[in-house]
Design a protein around this ligand. Structure first.
Ligand SMILES: [Cu+2]
Length: 713
């Protein structure tokens, strides 16, 4: 969700933007030139989704609290985490916006129709997609309102108050001037079902295998004139939303949630990073979105201790504060500091923060001094919605190459058109930082996902030719993924996927070394009314609840090696035995962190190439990572690559825990040794002619009828 009120002033079809459109991205991406069989370009499954094509995509809501005619649709995977047992946890984005009223003046309608995200767990382990619904209500609802402030707390009403130091530039300046601390925003708790939306949260896999969701949205109308949720005949008012302090902890062993400790700051679009000691760092987010009085994002960071369930503010003085874009691209670097890679989510034609000029500076957060350290300007400045991922780390893990690709060049009012440029930033353990341009992508991409593969290549997949959030539904989907080869610094197209996945897509490496690609939760066209497809060449504007699975070229190169023995827990610095009948053919042994991306960020994505020696025809001795700086504690895929003339072929993963202590129990292997790609699933068409669409249409007509009746009676 964006600053829609501001953005609507950038009218669709304005001459300047029209010119950019013509220059930058009118031509639909072509897949005609892609040459090669699956051993070159991989292969995709057909899309599949919960319930398959025969289950309606949307059904009437069964909640008595929803207005009549309200529909609930299958969730799209905009946030995903692979669990230690190999299942896939995901949740929806922009829940409920299918119900936004049609017609002009849409401002308040998004807030009134928004709901808390639905959650699912997808199981692909036996080859047939199975979906289950963990009960999110267990544990996350009680106490939630403790983290909100009531409308009456705000003596200035909707204008807001100066705030607290750290909430944004205004709060910090007010604090320095001696103004007493006050909460900067005031969210009235008007609709319980949309006070804890995870759409704009971040999620992270904790070292013990639980998933933490932090931040998100509290939706409300401000001002509010009419509200269907309260029995009015229509929604009339302004959309507003606050960030959340809330955190929720999902336990995959029980499939239940419980609330975690709240953060100090309200954070909408924060970024979390796992630390060497197993704690979690959080930065940025905004306290209130549309009528923000803070003139910028949250300026202080916090650290979560998952054992004690406590958050601690990282603050020693003004150097602890910083201006960062929303969802800042962060990564734990080999010097033990958090690197900010000059990209994030930035919108609004008039700027996003009073201090946004600082977004183009590469910086470190020093976890020991709790201060930011400026490195210098990035070669291409700051970009909106680029993807950033470190390439495979090699022993002794004292140097990291970070690939950043795509996005649009910012800061606001930056470009509307996506860039095909990619850069490599190299950081060493002594904090030396160098930057260079690397290969140009074949397709400019805004909001593409990136997946680091076991052969060291990086898949760029999805996204659009221009910034959807500037004018939703004017973007053209990029359906041709491409692979970056670090050996040559070049990008090459691979097999096209089937569905448009522009805004809020997600891609993860599965434990069987395939790539799961899903999501797509667009904003309503031009910020008006409900989602509706505008027709070709523009990207599908309906949410897409389907997934597709890509089998990379390395799964088309003959037999896969097997791991017949590995221990469940690897201690830092130890050497461990790995059993494989293909010991003589093993080219490399890799650890790959279980992924947890959303909003095209996955700060914890990393892979390490481990050193090893063959100790027999069917055994290797392998060196575990030395420290938590090289490999933050948590669950990893352990894979071996067999050498072939066409390139490496990976095994499926054993799931191992990396941390301070060893565990000699046998490591679980969620997928069989040579699994087929998932089958037996199906999906409703993206031009939705399904029974679900008919249900939606019918519900829409019923709503309209009831509304007319309500108005008439
Ligand atoms: Cu978003």
């Amino acid at each position: 969700m964006q600053r829609g009120v501001l953005r609507r002033t950038m009218a669709w079809g304005s001459p300047l933007l029209g010119a950019l459109l013509m220059v930058g991205g009118w031509a639909p991406p072509s897949s005609a030139q892609i040459a090669g069989g699956p051993e070159m370009v991989g292969s995709w499954t057909a899309p599949f989704e919960e319930g398959g094509a025969n289950t309606p995509r949307c059904v009437p809501s069964s909640s008595p609290d929803d207005p009549e005619g309200f529909v609930v649709c299958k969730p799209a995977a905009q946030a995903v985490a692979v669990l230690p047992d190999g299942r896939i946890f995901y949740y929806n984005g922009l829940e409920g916006t299918e119900n936004a009223e049609k017609g002009p003046s849409p401002a308040g309608k998004t807030a009134a129709s928004a709901r808390d995200s639905q959650v699912r767990v997808l199981d692909l382990r036996n080859g047939t997609p199975e979906f289950t619904t963990p009960t999110r209500e267990q544990g996350t609802q009680p106490g939630r309102d403790d983290y909100h402030h009531e409308a009456q707390d705000d003596p200035f009403g909707v204008a807001g108050v100066p705030g607290r130091p750290g909430d944004g530039p205004v709060g910090t300046l007010a604090g320095m001037a001696g103004v007493p601390e006050q909460y900067p925003t005031a969210a009235p708790d008007d609709k319980v079902d949309n006070d804890d939306d995870w759409f704009c949260s971040d999620l992270i896999s904790l070292p013990d295998g639980r998933v933490m969701v932090a931040g998100g949205s509290d939706w409300y109308m401000e001002p509010k004139v009419l509200d269907r949720n309260e029995g009015d005949s229509a929604d009339l008012g302004g959309t507003e939303l606050d960030g959340l302090r809330n955190t929720a902890l999902f336990d995959p062993t029980t499939n239940t949630f419980r609330p975690g400790a709240p953060m100090k700051y309200y954070r909408w679009y924060p970024t979390m990073v796992g630390l060497p000691d197993g704690k979690v760092f959080v930065a940025s987010g905004v306290t209130k979105l549309v009528k923000a009085t803070q003139l910028g994002n949250v300026r202080r960071t916090e650290t979560y201790d998952p054992v004690a369930d406590t958050w601690t503010e990282n603050y020693t003085g003004l150097a602890s504060e910083n201006a960062l874009p929303l969802y800042p691209r962060l990564v734990l670097a080999p010097n033990g500091k958090i690197f900010y890679g000059t990209s994030g989510q930035m919108w609004s034609p008039f700027g996003q923060g009073a201090d946004e000029a600082l977004y183009s500076l590469q910086q470190f957060f020093n976890l020991e001094t709790k201060e930011w350290e400026i490195i210098g300007p990035a070669p291409l400045g700051v970009s909106d919605s680029a993807f950033m991922v470190p390439l495979t780390l090699k022993a002794p893990y004292d140097k990291m190459d970070i690939l950043k690709f795509g996005g649009s060049v910012g800061p606001p009012p930056g470009s509307w058109v996506a860039t095909p440029l990619s850069t490599l930033t190299t950081i060493d353990a002594d904090s030396n930082v160098t930057n260079k341009l690397t290969g140009t992508m074949n397709h400019a991409r805004w909001f593409a996902s990136g997946v680091l593969l076991p052969d060291g290549k990086v898949l760029a997949v999805g996204g659009a030719d221009k910034d959807h959030s500037i004018d939703p539904s004017s973007e053209i989907a990029v359906r041709v993924p491409e692979l970056y080869d670090p050996a040559t610094g070049t990008w090459a197209d691979v097999a096209p996927n089937a569905r448009d996945r522009t805004y809020h897509n997600s891609a993860v490496l599965l434990p069987d070394m395939r790539v799961l690609f899903g999501g797509h939760t667009p904003l309503p066209p031009h910020y008006g009314g409900p989602n509706q497809d505008m027709g070709g060449p523009f990207a599908n504007n309906d949410k897409d609840s389907s997934f597709e699975v890509w089998s990379p070229p390395y799964l088309h190169r003959g037999p896969r090696p097997r791991i017949t023995h590995a221990q469940a827990g690897l201690a830092y610095g130890e050497r461990f035995d790995l059993g494989t009948p293909e010991a003589g053919e093993i080219e490399s042994v890799r650890l790959i962190k279980t992924p947890s991306p959303q909003h095209v960020i996955d700060p914890d994505q990393r892979a390490l190439e481990l050193t090893f020696t063959a100790t027999g025809a069917d055994s290797l001795e392998v060196a575990a990572p030395p420290t938590g700086v090289a490999a933050p504690p948590g669950y990893y895929y352990l894979v071996v690559n067999r050498k072939t003339d066409q390139g490496p072929v990976p095994s499926v993963a054993r799931m191992v825990h990396v941390g301070p202590t060893a565990d000699t129990a046998e490591a679980p292997q969620p997928f069989p040794d040579d699994p087929a790609a998932p089958a037996d699933g199906s999906a409703t068409p993206d031009a939705d002619t399904s029974a679900g669409a008919a249900t939606l249409k019918q519900a829409d007509e019923v709503t309209g009828l009831r509304r007319r009746r309500g108005i008439l009676s």
